[in-house]
Design a protein around this ligand. Structure first.
Ligand code: ADP
Ligand code: ADP
Length: 221
């Protein structure tokens, strides 16, 4: 069995900071950041068959079907760059997907290193999400309070006006958190039973959370 040091899952409620921390970590580790949310949003914005199928489900804050995710994740993890390791962000989202991932990794001869669980209160994630703004062109993520763009409401990289994700509007955020509690939160127990979960206090600043995650990964070496 090939043993990669860092075959990681980032788990946590919507708005916990998974994407933000993952981007900082991949810069250091040089492994790909695999965000199923980003992949699906790309499919929607380029208007592929997959994108057309999932658009309305995503906008309403519901989960896309496990079958569609299975193929998407299996194809992505089969790519050469994943041999160095990877960070999976946003997958798995329920126990069925966790079992599917076990199967995918088995078939690809990959072994899970750890699940990094970003633990943060509902109150804090609602605050983070309602202030999240994204660049529709390059997908870079900002926050009106904690990670402001340099020029008011424009992306630092390409000057595109930032937007709020459709599913980040207040009515949908509450529903997404409820779905997280029902479907995704049980994965903490799933991976805890297998001794694979590492819980991180993600309530601090981005720098603080990055530091805790970097130190944790260092200890895994
Ligand atoms: P968040 O910021 O809440 O972590 P993501 O960007 O991960 O959101 O996901 C946005 C949306 O994309 C989800 O609400 C869901 O509709 C869809 N999605 C992403 N990953 C999955 C998945 N693993 N299973 C089902 N749906 C998913
Ligand atoms: P997720 O991928 O878990 O949905 P994001 O990484 O997109 O979460 O972060 C959600 C929002 O909160 C973004 O606007 C991001 O800039 C901001 N954010 C991320 N981490 C922190 C943090 N530790 N403190 C304050 N704001 C944060």
């Amino acid at each position: 069995m090939r043993m990669n040091k860092y075959n990681l899952i980032f788990l946590g409620p919507p708005g916990a900071g998974k994407g933000t921390v993952a981007k900082d970590v991949v810069e250091r580790l040089g492994v790909p950041h695999i965000s199923t949310g980003d992949m699906l949003r790309d499919a929607v914005s380029t208007g592929t068959d997959l994108g057309n199928k999932v658009k309305s489900v995503m906008e309403s804050g519901q989960l896309v079907s496990d079958e569609l995710l299975f193929d998407l994740v299996k194809d992505r993890l089969s790519k050469r760059d994943c041999e160095k390791g990877f960070i999976l962000d946003g997958y798995p989202r329920n126990v069925n997907q966790a079992k599917a991932l076990d199967q995918i990794m088995d078939e690809l001869n990959l072994e899970l290193t750890s699940v990094i669980f970003l633990d943060v209160s509902e109150e804090e994630v609602v605050k983070r999400i309602s202030n999240r703004r994204v660049c529709p062109k390059c997908s870079r993520v900002y926050n009106l309070i904690s990670l402001q763009p340099k020029k008011d409401t424009l992306c630092d990289d390409d000057d595109t006006p930032l937007i709020q994700r459709e599913d980040d509007k207040p009515e949908t955020v509450r529903k997404r958190y409820q779905i997280y509690s029902e479907k995704t939160a049980p994965l903490v127990e799933y991976y805890r039973n297998r001794n694979q979960i590492i819980t991180i206090d993600a309530s601090g600043t981005v720098d603080k959370v990055d530091e805790i995650v970097f130190n944790t990964l260092e200890e895994l070496r």
